[in-house]
Design a protein around this ligand. Structure first.
Ligand code: AMP
Length: 286
């Protein structure tokens, strides 16, 4: 496994692989890896000849009051995990290597960036879209792999790649969960023991949503039921519960007759957890 800290080295390494005829899969991460990240690596390994992983805690996607400084990091452990997973190339730049001091250019999604999580974290998706564009330009992969856990992020990136004609296929990978249903996240280690015990309420509410939609319900009723279920857990501080069209994340009104995605953003202390589930009415009810 080759570990590169500069763009130039990464480009040269991947160019040589491409020249040899290999296809390349990219898995962008912010490190502090877990089995969710490894599921992306596994999907990339299955679909591509070579796998590159980036580890970069991207400052531009954090707001001034967010957890950039306290975001968990353990590079040695990450590299060990990636080596064991058979990854070919790791790109691990410093912020100074990644960004020019006088950078001028950003990439953003005009509407999609401002709704849902974009309302809670203004500027977040601009940072994500810009850094993913840079990572795609540096590594030039055939495919890039992203988790469905970050549902809106996946939508932003797929839309960006479509709109800007970027020559890459974006692949979404299902959410990997802990045994008690909590979606794996690097941020889970920042939960207090009490909050960690309470946090599986997100998945419980999503499983309940699945049942309610199968029985027949309106989008508004579903949002209320899910919110009430999470509010019943006193440690949970609900930021948003949204039921949206599963494909476009557009608002849906009335009775649910097509697949929808239930999107959750919930704080436990100062840790913001997000989760999602796509739910479909039973065939007879569509
Ligand atoms: P992060 O390091 O949190 O920025 O995540 C890097 C990539 O891993 C993103 O595409 C995430 O959506 C994905 N990811 C994070 N957690 C999970 C999970 N539990 N299951 C599947 N993918 C995940």
């Amino acid at each position: 496994m080759k570990v590169c800290t500069t763009k130039a080295e990464t480009r040269a390494t991947l160019a040589a692989l491409r020249k040899a005829g290999d296809t390349i899969g990219l898995v962008p991460t912010m490190g502090f890896l877990h089995d969710g990240h490894l599921a992306l690596v596994k999907a990339a390994t299955a679909e591509c000849d070579r796998v590159a992983v980036s580890i970069f805690v991207n400052p531009t996607q954090f707001g001034p009051k967010e957890d950039l400084a306290s975001y968990p990091r353990d590079t040695d452990r990450d590299l060990e995990m990636l080596r064991a997973a058979g990854v070919d190339v790791v790109f691990m730049p410093s912020p100074a290597e990644m960004y020019h001091a006088d950078k001028q250019t950003i990439v953003d999604a005009t509407a999609l960036s401002k709704i849902l999580i974009g309302k809670i974290r203004p500027g977040h998706f601009r940072g994500v879209a810009t850094v993913v564009t840079k990572l795609l330009n540096i590594t030039q992969p055939d495919r890039a792999f992203f988790g469905k856990k970050d549902y809106q992020q996946l939508r932003v990136i797929k839309t960006m790649v479509r709109d800007l004609d970027m020559p890459v296929r974006i692949i979404g990978v299902p959410t990997v969960r802990e045994a008690d249903g909590l979606a794996m996240s690097s941020r889970n280690v920042r939960l207090t023991p009490e909050d960690r015990k309470a946090a599986p309420v997100l998945n419980k509410a999503l499983v309940m949503a699945d049942k309610l939609v199968a029985e027949g319900i309106t989008a508004k009723q579903l949002e209320r039921e899910v919110r009430d279920r999470i509010d019943a857990e006193p440690r949970a501080n609900v930021q948003s519960v949204d039921v949206r069209d599963a494909e476009t994340v557009a608002s849906v009104g009335g009775r649910i007759t097509a697949p929808v995605v239930v999107l959750l953003a919930v704080r436990f202390g100062d840790v913001l957890l997000i989760d999602q589930r796509v739910v479909s009415p039973q065939k007879g009810q569509r």
